[in-house]
Unconditional design. Sequence first.
Length: 227
Amino acid sequence: MKFFIDTADLDEIRECASWGALSGVTTNPSLYAKTGGKLADFEGHMVKICEICEGLPVSAESTATTTEGMVEEGRRLAALAPNIVVKLPICAESLAACRTLASEGIKVNMTLIFSVPQALLAARAGARYVSPFVGRYDDIAEDGVERVADIVAAIGNYDFGWWNEEGGVEIIAASLRTPNHVTQMALIGADIATVPYAALKKCLTHPLTVNGLASFEADWKKVTAEA
Ligand code: G3P
């Protein structure tokens, strides 16, 4: 499973990219708003993310509401950097826009996916990525892990490799809030986990690692004191 970071914060992206284990970035309008960014700076901000993560896919979301608007905005976003992926929320208009953009070689990440049929329709329209949400299911007292497991299984039943040279559609498990969500996504075989900064930091640590390191350091002090 690949790790993406789910943020538009440049410092968070820089830090996590420096670990050497990051495979991409996802953003959305809420995450950009959280940075305090203004509309006029949006495209420049996306370019900065693309430069930090050169060669890695960076999802930038269109806020257009018509097929024509999504295609136009998608083309403009895709022209910002070679690693831009155009993110579209699933609906009839975005399916049509996805097909047009995909046929032009522009990668689309279809987001706000909550069901198997939505995921299959997005893949059929040529989406390079589909993003089902886990945490928002948990928020309404449903089992987000189970719902996304269904989507992983259903997409895996079919070959979408005909759409692109990279082997078809990949599932980005989104709306992940905890290391356990990440574990569960790996166990069900999601291709990618897009994880917010705070949860990604938690994935890096474990109390037994902290204790183990403290005892290694204490014992090494004894060795160096005797030298
Ligand atoms: O990538 C989608 C994600 O940002 C949504 O997360 O926690 O707002 O449900 P959340």
